[in-house]
Structures are given as C-alpha cells and as structure tokens.
Design a protein around this ligand. Sequence first.
Ligand code: MG
Length: 337
Amino acid sequence: MNIAAETLDLHLRHTFTISRSSRSLVPVVLVTLSHQGVQGVGEASPSTRYGETPESVLSFLRNLRFPQEPEVGTILDAVSRDAEGNRSAQAAIDIALHDWSGRMLGTPVWQLLGLPAPVVRPTSLTIGIDKPEIMRQKVGEASAFRVLKVKVGTENDLLLVEAVRRVTDTPLRVDANEGWKSKELALEKIRALEGMGIEFIEQPMPAACLRDMAWLRERVNIPFIADESLRTVEDFPQLREAFDGINIKLMKCGGLRPARALIDAARGASMKVMLGCMIETSVGISAAAQLLGAADYVDLDGNLLITNDPYDGAAAIDGLLHPPTGPGIGVRPRSIA
Ligand code: MG
C-alpha cells in the first residue's frame, strides 16, 4: 500500500473571520492511497484550535506503519490508537481507505457504512464576521441559500446579526465559536437573539464550560449544538445536559468510522445530528456527504468558500447540497481549463 501526501493552500473567496481568527489562505493536506491498481483519496484540514498543522499531519502520515496484509478495519484500528492530537491526519487516512474500498467494490461509502442513501438537502452557508455593510453584501450573494450561518462571539455581534436580519428573513444559525466567556454575558446575548428567527446556536461558550451551558440551556428557548465541546465519542456522555445536538466534523473526530459511531451515540440519546466541516476541498465535503442520510442539519459549505478546489464531487447548487454519485466518496479530479 502506497501513500502520497501533499500540502495545498486553499484560496478563500472572502477573508474569513470567526471569534478567534482571521485568514485568507487555508493549508490542507491531500492524500492519495494506492493499492492493487486502485486509488483512494483523502484530506486533512488541520485546525490550530485542535493543535494541528500541515507539518504535524505530514509527520503523522510519515510515521504510519501499515500491517503487511492490509485490511481496512485493522488499519483504522492501528491508526486510531495513535491519533490523539492528530484527528485530521487520521481522517485523511480514514477517508482515503473508505474511498479505496468503495472503488475496489464498486460501492458508495454510505452503503459500506450501512447508512441510508444521501438525499439532496439544503445546506447553510457561513457568513464570516465583517463590517455590517460587507455582511449585508455577502447575504445578498447568498440569496439562494435557505439557511445561513452567522459567526458571532465578538463585541458587536448582535449588531451584525441585526444587520443580516434586516436584509433577509432566511432562518439563521448562529455560531459563537466559544466566544461568550461568561454565562451572564451569554444569557444576555441569547435573550437578545430570541425572536430573531434563530434555528440554533453553536457552541455559545468555551468547550469546557459544560455546567454553564447546561445552566443557560434551562433559561433560553434556542437549541444548542456542541461543536468545540465534542471531538470524539469519548466526549459525548458529558454533553447531554448542555446541548440539544452535536456538530460532527470528520476533521475533529478522525473520519467516517468515528463519525458513524457519533451518529449512533446521538441517536441513542435522542440528540440532533449536524454535519459540519472545516474549510475543505470537495474531497472532505464529499466524504461528509456520505452521511447526509443520517443528518438533521447540514452545514457542508467548506468547498464553496474556496476558489481552487482540485476535485469535483458533492456540490451545492442554489443552496441545495447534491450528494456525489459513484463508488467510494464519489469525487473526480477537476479538469483544468
Ligand atoms: Mg462551529
């Protein structure tokens, strides 16, 4: 089994600002795995929030030792054992292996995972933090989307939501990215958001503030979705008091197999499943789209925010995410014009 990995700088359409950072280039690592004449592709979009960089991903991949007679389950077991702190690198291997298996068998990955077939679903588009007039312009450009996600967690955040609300009556999702540091501040912000057509709030407070978020949840009517508080299935049991649902991202949990386990955990606890992403190419997004049949909320817009996607696969057209077709994760290299 041969693995090749290369870093690619993704160019963003708009400088992207959330509560903790601002950027216009996002480096990802693309992985190609070849065995028995068949190739599978995978992707890592490392996040400094979780202590990863392209260099740490490449180093993790260089140090991997595969069993002699590779079997997908055995390899994934081996990779996951050492993957703490390297979940996006683990995801790259997990995605490439699932893609490779699906292509070997002529089967889409959702079927390998025993999930319902993906269907066309509305996805939200994220409007990063910006000056109110720029945010209004971005909302205008996003008029096809049936739901928008607004990043908050800075001082003027309510003004920004109001600015968006003035120009659209589309339902809004709000993502605070841990930006509200005290429960009193969060309560004040959320009370102001009630009645503004907010579908849910992602991660109102820092990941570890589970007690404070449970306290808040008793006092407000907008559902909470766990993002930074949830990485892998080990984090799940502590979240039930604080959240109504979980945001599953392949890059946080380590790929499709761990995501499948999280879906089962959420269902078992009657919690909602949101599918999310980092800034990613169509490789990561098409892999996540294999889980569409099991999702309550879809936020797979990472490949829409970039201008140099090297692959075609899952694509949002007029605000609807069309799942990829074909074996594996269903991507093909984009032909260069
Ligand atoms: Mg989030």
